[in-house]
Design a protein around this ligand. Structure first.
Ligand SMILES: [Zn+2]
Ligand SMILES: [Zn+2]
Length: 367
């Protein structure tokens, strides 16, 4: 019954959207000159997503991190001289995407809000309430629609179906600026990736915003092969509880030859498309970990995966077990041990300290 009501509401909203959405034109063309630029800011909001798109005078904020990130996003925008947004998009209703948008919508002038059709959450209810109280139009772009955004074109590709998993209901957007293509996938996981693949859509992109913070459950092999990104941006928090990004995803991206940029290591990442140049802005990067420069002056993380020190510790006799990815260490008796391939067996606290590991909050090993 609830789902039916949701369906009807969405149908009405979609109809309103089609009637009122003159900014949405299927097959939209824009006049593109080499002087035009598109900047895509991948904001460091800890464990969450927030992206700012600026093209000429148009602005779009896609996701706003958690509720506590709202204020810092507003400050970031203010530093850029942005006090109003043409579009605010919540890729899906989870708190780490929609949470920070309520503050933004409440405090800034916003033109249009795009939401996905999915199960409601506290975050989405708060966002809708804030938007409704300010009479900001809310709509759900259906897959296949395209809109002009400055000198770019934005194509809404998904979600193609309703899902049990809210992540798979993420809005999937492809932003094309000249020859450069960005694929933004929210927290889409493999189920929705396969649905997109089945439609034979043009998913090829230069920059992939990696789904679900680099979780192993996203960025499947076939999907990645089809997108074939040169650059992969992962938005994740330092030492987050989920171990994002997962080693499996990093391996797949490395195998695919993508240069990886991570907000947990580099802070906010700004990618600018201008003419035939795609550049990663050094001034936008505040590295928290070592990084290396690659061709064209771009910056890539060294993607550090910890190596076990030369020692005699084994699964049977280790005093501590470290996690290569999350850089947390545990007692061997811990209920939350990492999976085998991510473990580093350690003899002593000296070894723990030499790797800079942090103690697990469940088993609370000595530090
Ligand atoms: Zn998320
Ligand atoms: Zn999510």
């Amino acid at each position: 019954m609830k789902r039916r009501l949701l369906f009807i509401t969405t149908l009405i909203l979609s109809l309103l959207f089609i009637v009122s959405g003159c900014q949405f034109l299927t097959g939209t063309q824009t006049t593109f000159t080499p002087e035009d630029s598109l900047a895509v800011h991948f904001l460091d909001v800890g464990q969450g997503d927030a992206m700012l798109l600026v093209d000429n005078n148009e602005t779009m904020l896609i996701d706003g991190g958690n509720p506590e990130n709202g204020n810092e996003i507003i400050n970031y925008l203010a530093d850029l001289g942005i006090t109003q947004l043409d579009y605010v998009v919540a890729t899906h209703n989870h708190n780490d995407h929609a949470g920070g948008l309520t503050d933004v919508v409440t405090r800034l002038k916003v033109g249009n809000i795009y939401l996905t059709n999915s199960e409601e959450t506290t975050a989405s209810k708060n966002l809708v309430a804030a938007a409704t109280s300010k009479n900001i139009p809310i709509s759900t772009p259906s897959p296949g629609t395209a809109m002009a955004f400055g000198s770019s074109v934005i194509n809404f590709l998904g979600p193609l179906n309703a899902h049990e998993d809210v992540n798979d209901d993420s809005l999937v957007m492809k932003v094309t600026h000249g020859t450069h293509r960005f694929l933004l996938t929210g927290d889409m996981e493999e189920t929705a990736e396969k649905e997109l693949l089945a439609q034979n859509l043009d998913l090829a992109a230069d920059v992939l915003k990696v789904g679900h913070h680099g979780s192993y459950s996203s960025t499947g092999y076939l999907f990645l092969r089809t997108v074939n990104p040169r650059y992969a941006v992962i938005s994740a928090g330092v030492n987050n509880d989920y171990g994002h990004p997962h080693e499996e995803t990093l391996s797949r991206l490395n195998d695919a030859g993508a240069t990886i940029f991570r907000t947990d290591l580099l802070g906010t990442i700004v990618v600018t498309s201008k003419g035939d140049q795609l550049s990663f802005d050094k001034t936008g990067l505040t590295p928290t970990q070592p990084y290396q420069e690659v061709d064209n002056g771009l910056i890539a993380t060294t993607n550090p995966v910890l190596e076990a020190p030369a020692n005699t510790a084994t699964a049977e006799n280790a005093s501590y077990i470290g996690n290569k990815n999350s850089k947390v260490y545990h007692l061997p008796s811990c209920s939350g041990l990492p999976k085998e391939s991510n473990r580093i067996y350690l003899n002593s606290l000296d070894e723990v300290h030499s790797l800079g590991l942090t103690p697990c909050g469940i088993c609370k090993p000595p530090s």
